[in-house]
Design a protein around this ligand. Structure first.
Ligand SMILES: [Zn+2]
Length: 300
């Protein structure tokens, strides 16, 4: 539920709260989110929905539930309209992000800014097994298209693929934001200093690329995988010899062997072993991260 006052007034109220009150509020919120996420994961593992308490494999038209996003057998495209009416964008997107997170934190959610062109309000793809959900909202979708009947209110678009086959195409629904979405977006967009939006357990890959310190940590502390196709990151190191010096090929080879046997990244062992060269490490999303699914196609 949203407070019964306009966002600006709500922010004013927040601002006058003593800091410890705000921290306490955040802590309560985090504890609640953790409890609800743990319960979700636990029941999901048993094939049950933590929201409606029913099997993930069934659905009832009378009670639309977010687990419809798993596309239980028999669910038709046109039935999804009821779901969009029932659930806000933030509930829907949190749900698919939570499902995508089951197989590992962030790696199945591509919300990396650099992989999504333009200045869209929403643009991300999440994946769980054969299911791929993509969400998209351009500035003009957010404003609404004044001359059309379907999209004149603020809305977003969604694409769902099942094993690469299209179930819903971006253009098929203009999903209207709920008033709670617009309320929240006004808070997040206009008052980021006091109301910060995070997806908690449903955070995506962008979280690793927002901050140089985190990128550095990824380069040095990641655990290499044998299965390159599932890798979350691609880590490359470029060595440039200092003036008048050369880089020992043997040392580089040793570093690679040591990285393999100790389960460290080559980047981190190189930095320990080779101290007289400039080492630049480039971290990029690996092949295990879902491709961005933009409305206008671009390649990684
Ligand atoms: Zn359910």
């Amino acid at each position: 539920m949203r407070p019964n006052i306009p966002p600006a007034q709500f922010v004013e109220w927040l601002r006058q709260l003593p800091l410890e009150e705000r921290i306490k509020g955040n802590d309560i919120e985090s504890a609640r989110a953790k409890e609800s996420y743990d319960n979700f994961v636990d029941l999901f593992g048993k094939g049950m929905c933590s929201l409606c308490g029913k099997s993930l494999k069934t659905f009832s038209l009378k009670t639309p539930c977010l687990h419809w996003f798993l596309r239980p057998k028999g669910l038709k495209k046109k039935m999804m309209a009821a779901l969009f009416k029932e659930f806000s964008y933030f509930r829907i997107s949190s749900y698919v992000r939570w499902v995508a997170s089951i197989e590992g934190y962030a790696k199945n959610i591509n919300d990396i800014k650099d992989e999504h062109e333009g200045d869209n309000v929403i643009d991300f793809t999440a994946r769980y097994k054969h299911l791929t959900w993509s969400f998209y909202c351009s500035k003009s979708d957010f404003q609404g298209h004044p001359t059309t009947s379907a999209g004149k209110n603020p809305h977003y678009h969604m694409q769902i693929q099942l094993g690469g086959e299209s179930f819903i195409r971006y253009s098929e629904f203009h999903v209207e934001f709920h008033s709670s979405d617009l309320y929240d977006m006004e808070l997040f967009n206009n008052y980021p200093d006091i109301v910060k939006h995070t997806y908690g357990y449903g955070e995506g890959m962008n979280i690793f690329f927002e901050d140089d310190k985190i990128v550095e940590k990824v380069a040095l502390d990641s655990v290499p995988t044998e299965n390159v196709d599932e890798a979350t990151f691609n880590i490359q190191s470029i060595l440039i010899a200092e003036d008048g010096k050369t880089i020992s090929g043997e040392k580089v080879h040793e570093a690679i062997v040591e990285a393999k046997s100790t389960g460290k990244t080559v980047a981190s062992v190189l930095r320990e072993k080779i101290t007289d060269a400039n080492i630049t490490t480039i971290v990029s999303p690996g092949p295990g991260v879902p491709q961005a699914m933009q409305r206008t196609k671009t390649k990684r």
